[in-house]
Design a protein around this ligand. Structure first.
Ligand code: NDP
Length: 290
């Protein structure tokens, strides 16, 4: 039986460390690190994420600036808000909650964020820094996955890693991070042929697909470490109820792997903790460079 990787407990520890860092920052600089979160429209899942980010910020002793704009906000108005936040000395990090309404060019908005305030790590500059091995902001979800892997396995060098999913926010940055750790990295996606046998070669499997329980136990190499990024809402056994499951068949994976992240309680809590971590780093960096 595999071990369960407790992302909730790890994230709580990380949030505690960030809170200590925030207290030290406040004592030194006389101000709190500030995170601005921009939400356009009323997507219920996005609203829940924004509320959790706000609560976590406040709990860590940071300033949280929430900007809620109506769904019909013009792109130019959103870009003007980003400019204002870029210039605001109280704001260290800017996060635009995705997805944006269809009439707004997401990439244009992300690119408008000052690279020094890009705590989500989604700008082309941050992606380029990660790809070329320079310091920069790393997207929060893959950063959280890496922290869990390092905590579990220590040195990742030489391990074979398969990442299923090639999105800009999870799959690709995860691949870059694991390459930086000297893993041998394979990125799988919807066109990958014979995915089970590709996955079977991996010491580390990161599933970021968005398909409920797609990765089966017999796809896994015995003793593999499995990080399940997926968040899928499916019907529960009880009529009319729903539940969250990952991209990995958890019960089956527990029979073959050596360690597995659960959903919920695995990668999810790490994402917000890493956002706080990045925001504190942004504040410290801005304070140092002035
Ligand atoms: P995307 O939809 O952007 O990307 C999904 C990826 O999965 C694509 O690269 C796609 O391939 C690949 N894929 C789809 N179907 C298959 C298949 N049958 N076999 C192999 N690969 C496949 O998703 P995200 O990266 O944004 O998110 C992935 C999952 O992670 C979602 O469940 C999301 O909810 C969750 N998530 C969780 C977070 C957290 O905090 N825990 C944060 C962000 C996301 P192709 O490129 O060929 O289409």
């Amino acid at each position: 039986m595999a071990d369960i990787i407790d992302g909730k407990a790890f994230a709580a520890r990380l949030r505690g460390e960030v809170a200590e860092g925030v207290a030290a920052f406040r004592a030194k600089s006389g101000r709190a690190p500030g995170l601005a979160v921009v939400l356009v429209g009323e997507d219920p899942a996005s609203a829940v994420y924004v509320r959790s980010k706000h609560k976590a910020c406040v709990a860590a002793g940071m300033e949280s600036f929430e900007h809620r704009l109506p769904a019909d906000t013009a792109e130019a108005a959103l870009l003007a808000l980003i400019e204002q936040l870029n210039a605001d000395p109280a704001v260290d990090g800017i996060l635009v909650q995705l997805p944006l309404p269809k009439h707004i060019d997401e990439m244009k908005v992300i690119e408008a964020i000052d690279p020094d305030k890009d705590v989500d790590g989604f700008t082309i500059g941050s992606a380029g820094r990660l790809a070329t091995g320079q310091d920069g902001f790393v997207p929060c979800t893959p950063l959280g996955c890496l922290m869990l892997l390092r905590d579990r396995l220590g040195d990742l060098s030489g391990k074979s890693a398969v990442i299923i999913g090639r999105s800009n926010i999870v799959g690709k940055p995860m691949a870059m991070l694991l390459l930086r750790e000297s893993c041998t990295v394979t990125i799988a996606h919807s066109r990958t042929e014979d995915l089970p046998s590709v996955v079977r070669g991996a010491d580390i499997v990161v599933a970021a697909v968005g398909r409920p329980e797609m990765v089966k136990g017999d796809w896994l190499k015995p003793g593999a470490t499995v990080i399940d990024v997926g968040i899928n809402r499916v019907a529960a056994a009880e009529e009319g109820k729903t539940k969250l499951v990952g991209d990995v068949d958890f019960a089956e994976a527990m029979e073959t792997a050596s360690a597995v992240t659960p959903v919920p309680g695995g990668v999810g809590p790490m994402t917000i903790a890493c956002l706080l971590h990045n925001t504190l780093a942004a504040a410290e960096r801005r304070e140092t460079i002035g």
